[in-house]
Design a protein around this ligand. Structure first.
Ligand code: ADP
Ligand code: MG
Length: 394
């Protein structure tokens, strides 16, 4: 077992399950450090698969493919939240260092398990989930506490970017919504009076070292992240400390190795509520690519290669702007256009990242821009200017 603790050095292969943009940015960070990357994804074409040294096109549970990956890579991580736990377990049984472990990924895959966990965690950190009630069977609906209305009904599995969610105001609406969501296990959550939303990004090494990035303040539009600004303009220093301490406690508690994001709501009354966890680098952490000493993807490489973690220090204030497929169209999908890159690229402190996706669609994440500034105000002004030039409402 001793050699399992040795660091994996440049020149070696690292494996990643999932070929989306998070996998692509991981691959770029790994390659910059001299590693080779093996990507496994079911799709024929993927943002990460197209740039990796080795691409395996297969289902996540394909045993032959997992064996091939295990032969090449002594360490594997995931970029896709819904990768079956079975795939991670199989890799581990083949002797691969899997970070994070399947139990950590499973926790984040199921909102019921996640909310239950966040509720137990409250005793330690004083931050818990929004009041909620689990609906697994039709008969559960009648027992719903009425103080949860208005509430948001969320499917327990496979929800992302606001998908698989419906706001309901009454038991009748809840019944209809549960049917519309496919009568699958769900969580009904009280709709909270949000003042603003933030996320904490923490990293834990195999040796139990834990580091945290500055908390980012996030604005969502139609359930999809729109901007992340750091330092968080509305957050009090005491609130930031409480959030970071809580996220650090959480990552240790679940014995997680790798990059973990925890989303929080800050309520109008100042209370902090934990929303969800993501077992991987996160869209709200893309700012680290240009504004911090080490990016979240470099940290993912470091954690899975059992290297010491990088410095999380922020070098410049930043506002990240997400670029959705909508930018490639004049109003509707039958009127394509090319975004005004020349204008964006004329800004010396706006860092453009595109994910190499050839088929833009409305609402699809295509890239992001990190807008830096000498101070927070400049970064935000820069971001608003870039957004306006691209035709995005700032
Ligand atoms: P997803 O997995 O799609 O990101 P979330 O649970 O994070 O799902 O919900 C998406 C967004 O919906 C949140 O970022 C927040 O803006 C809003 N939202 C979710 N739950 C609540 C709630 N209980 N009260 C108020 N707003 C909520
Ligand atoms: Mg979310």
């Amino acid at each position: 077992m001793a050699d399992r603790m040795e660091p994996i050095l440049p020149g070696s292969y690292l494996g990643i399950l999932g070929g989306g943009q998070l996998g692509r940015m991981f691959t770029q960070a790994a390659q910059a450090m001299g590693y080779k990357v093996c990507v496994l994804d079911p799709g024929a074409e993927s943002p990460a698969g197209s740039i990796a040294e080795k691409f395996i096109q297969a289902d996540y549970t394909d045993s032959t493919a997992l064996k091939e990956m295990a032969t090449l890579c002594s360490s594997v991580s995931t970029e896709f939240e819904n990768v079956p736990a079975q795939a991670l377990d199989e890799l581990e049984s083949l002797g691969v260092f899997v970070a994070p472990r399947s139990s950590c990924v499973s926790l984040a895959q199921n909102r019921i398990a996640e909310k239950n966990f966040l509720a137990t965690w409250k005793s330690e950190t004083n931050i818990g989930p929004a009041p909620n009630f689990v609906i697994e069977h039709e008969a559960d609906i009648a027992h719903t506490p009425t103080n949860l209305f208005p509430g948001i009904l969320k499917t327990a599995r496979m929800g992302y970017d606001g998908k698989g969610q419906m706001t309901v105001y009454s038991l009748e609406e809840l019944t209809t919504a549960w049917s519309e969501l496919g009568r699958v296990p769900c969580v009904l959550e009280k709709r909270m009076e949000l003042d603003f939303e933030v996320s904490a990004l923490v990293v834990r090494g195999y040796d139990d070292a834990v580091v945290a990035y500055p908390v980012s303040q996030n604005i969502h539009r139609d359930g999809i992240l729109h901007t992340s600004t750091v330092p968080a303009p509305s957050l009090q220093p005491a609130q930031e400390k409480k959030i970071i301490d809580a996220a650090k406690a959480l990552i240790r508690k679940i014995d997680y190795v790798g990059v973990l994001c925890v989303e929080f709501f800050v309520l109008k009354n100042g209370d902090i509520v934990a929303n969800e966890i993501a077992p991987r680098p996160h869209n709200s952490g893309h700012y680290t690519m240009d504004a911090c000493v080490s990016s979240q993807f470099e940290q993912q490489v470091r954690a899975m290669a059992r290297l010491p973690l990088g410095d999380t220090r922020q070098l410049a204030p930043v506002s990240m702007l997400n670029l959705l497929g909508d930018l490639w169209f004049e109003g509707s999908e039958d009127q394509p256009k090319e975004p005004a890159w020349n204008k964006v690229l004329a800004h010396p402190d706006a860092k453009l990242h595109l994910y190499g996706k050839s088929d833009p669609r409305m609402g699809r994440k295509m890239g992001h821009i990190n807008c830096l500034g000498e101070n927070l105000n400049e970064a935000r002004k820069n971001c608003a200017a870039v957004a306006t030039e691209l035709g995005i409402e700032p």
